[in-house]
Design a protein around this ligand. Structure first.
Ligand SMILES: NC(=O)C1=CN([C@@H]2O[C@H](COP(=O)(O)OP(=O)(O)OC[C@H]3O[C@@H](n4cnc5c(N)ncnc54)[C@H](O)[C@@H]3O)[C@@H](O)[C@H]2O)[C@@H](O)CC1
Ligand SMILES: Nc1ncnc2c1ncn2[C@@H]1O[C@H](COP(=O)(O)OP(=O)(O)O)[C@@H](O)[C@H]1O
Ligand SMILES: [K+]
Length: 555
């Protein structure tokens, strides 16, 4: 599980430590310098360019620059007025050249010689996108990379121009909401301090982060710190007295704690009955896929209540027709006008119970979303459907606006309706009242017609088993993503892969979870790094402290 913390909680975790004199910046800059050395494979003959903003993010970059210079690297720091005083003194003392950001041509010349650019312009103190001279510089630097095609979208080969390491976050992203206003330097590696930040997991900002490594600087927020004695690490722990994360991402290794597994006294009704109102004469496939996916997740029973009737049973003999008990409804995939009318009494029933019964409203059924719902109802729009929903509810929000900040859009939809909202896309964002936000990424192979119907079916099965809605939505998204790996595939292939994915996760087999992750556009091939756990980094704290101490003694 990746637990991400926003700027406020990071500052709250830092405050008592800073008051007690814990050298957080030394730890951060030490971890950063070590990461740069690992990335470059050494220091001999290498050159670095540190872009240094006014705040502590720039301080991290300056102390790391000093460390790298003492290791023999040629280092230049690009500063504006008001840069971190002690950091600047350390960098100068270590022999770093200091350039003024306003002298843009000199900076660009130096940048062309460097093996690595260290982006320490803005961290969690950023308010809005980059402005001023650093904005112009970043535009120029990004342009120079694009112009020489040094960093193609799909990856890069070794030796192809400078690598970029972002300090804490790529400068100028929305740390908390994943927005990406203004120019941003695309990083190959982000060394994030203490714990991952939500923006590193959310679109569009995550696309600038490259590989993310967490430096454990002792904030007791990261998984490694918790495992080392702050607390046990499991799903149940989210609310165990430690700061609750602002954003969570479930990984394969978390599934055994979440996925419903039958016990000796289970029977079909304790395992949950999923009711499916999906598919129609116009869109039959959605009905089959949704039922099939619900069955693949392993509920006690799937009851089909759509208009396709026996055709569904001939395709999925396990499906049951006729009225009866339902623990969670899935309504909406592939409903034409006639089928929507047939589903209306089911929705009326849910409404008459105050929307307290577990249900998924997808696709056409999103038209029934309204104020006064509860988290038990899960709305599953993609960006286009959410834009339509906003327009119907009188909320301003175009499809483009939603894509520019999906997390904020999902939050707004959830706040307005009271429901749990899953905004589907490259990252599925789950927002539910009283729960952390979940962000689950999946491969683009699953961007095919019918994949959403599969997701709705999986989710219905988890709700019917009694999972809390936000966790059900996140677990279903996690499995949906894993089952979509290694394409090409069609939606029915995703369904077919589900049992094997769940089986492997429950057996704990083949899990590579815990490895650092790559944002799209970054490639592992350019640099060979140990796969470190993104939610904590297994690097021992002593090593970072040792590095910080050496840097202090040397300077
Ligand atoms: N407090 C500490 O001692 C520690 C801080 N750490 C680092 O410090 C960072 C946070 O430091 P700060 O709180 O100083 O904040 P930042 O360094 O992120 O930025 C603050 C400065 O940027 C300016 N600014 C804000 N938005 C801007 C924009 N859009 N365009 C141009 N300038 C803008 C502000 O006016 C302020 O001068 C973290 O991200 C982390 O890298 C770590 O070293 C851990 C310890
Ligand atoms: N670019 C992408 N990368 C990864 N996953 C995606 C991407 N675009 C969409 N998805 C996922 O694919 C599925 C598509 O669902 P949806 O748009 O509802 O399709 P349909 O209605 O045809 O089933 C969703 O689960 C969504 O999260
Ligand atoms: K930064």
């Amino acid at each position: 599980m990746i637990r991400a913390f926003g700027a406020r909680k990071v500052r709250e975790a830092e405050a008592p430590l800073l008051a007690a004199g814990v050298p957080l910046m030394e730890r951060a800059s030490g971890a950063l310098a070590l990461a740069v050395l690992r990335l470059l494979g050494g220091s001999y003959g290498r050159r670095a360019l540190a872009l240094v903003g006014r705040g502590n993010n720039g301080g991290d970059a300056l102390f790391a620059a000093a460390f790298l210079a003492r290791r023999g690297m040629g280092v230049a720091a690009v500063v504006a007025e008001g840069a971190h005083g002690a950091g600047l003194a350390a960098a100068r003392a270590a022999g770093c050249a200091v350039l003024d950001v306003a002298d843009i041509d000199a900076v660009v010349r130096e940048a062309a010689r460097a093996d690595v650019w260290i982006d320490g312009i803005l961290g969690i103190g950023a308010r809005g996108g980059l402005r001023g001279p650093f904005a112009s510089l970043v535009e120029r630097l990004e342009g120079s990379r694009e112009g020489s095609a040094l960093l193609p979208e799909a990856g890069r080969s070794a030796g192809a121009g400078p690598l970029v390491v972002a300090v804490d976050v790529p400068s100028g992203i929305g740390t908390d909401d994943g927005a990406a206003p203004g120019p941003i330097l695309r990083a190959d590696l982000t060394v994030t301090m203490g714990a991952p930040k939500p923006g590193l997991l959310l679109d569009p900002a995550r696309r600038y982060a490259g590989r993310v490594e967490t430096a454990d600087i002792g904030l007791c927020l990261s998984a490694a710190a918790r495992a080392a004695g702050c607390a046990a690490l499991d799903v149940a722990d989210i609310d165990a007295g430690f700061p609750s994360p602002d954003l969570v991402s479930i990984e394969r290794a978390d599934l055994p704690l979440l996925w419903p597994v039958p016990g000796p006294s289970s029977h079909k009704y304790t395992r949950g009955v999923v009711g499916v109102a999906a598919g129609s004469a116009s869109y039959p496939g959605a009905g089959f896929l949704c039922v099939d996916a619900a069955l693949a997740a392993g509920p006690g029973m799937v009851r089909y209540a759509g208009t396709l009737g026996s055709a569904v049973v001939s395709s999925c003999p396990e499906a049951v027709l006729g009225e009866g008990r339902v623990d969670a409804w899935v309504i909406g995939p592939g409903l034409d006008r006639e089928a929507l009318a047939r589903a209306e009494p089911i929705v009326d029933g849910l409404r008459s119970e105050g929307w307290t019964a577990p249900a998924v409203l997808d696709a056409g059924a999103l038209a029934w979303a309204e104020r006064g719902m509860t988290p038990a109802t899960v709305l599953t729009p993609h960006a286009g459907e959410l834009a339509a929903l906003f327009s119907r509810l009188g909320i301003e929000g175009s499809r483009e606006g939603i894509a520019a900040c999906p997390a904020a859009a999902a939050k707004l939809a959830s706040e307005f309706t009271g429901a749990t909202v899953v905004l589907k896309g490259p990252v599925d964002v789950v927002v539910s009242p009283g729960s952390p936000v979940y962000a689950q990424s999946g491969p683009a192979w699953r961007a095919v017609a019918g994949a959403g119907d599969v997701y709705a079916g999986l989710l219905g099965a988890l709700l019917a088993a009694g999972l809390e809605p936000a966790r059900a939505a996140a677990a279903a998204a996690c499995v949906h993503g894993l089952a979509s790996e290694n394409g090409p595939m069609r939606a029915s292939d995703i369904v077919r892969n589900v049992p094997a994915v769940v089986r492997a996760a429950l057996a704990g087999g083949g899990s590579e979870e815990g490895s650092g992750y790559h944002a799209p556009g970054a490639s592992a091939s350019a640099f060979h790094m140990r796969r470190a756990r993104v939610s904590g980094g297994r690097r021992p704290m002593q090593k970072i402290d040792e590095c910080a101490r050496t840097a202090r003694e040397e300077s």
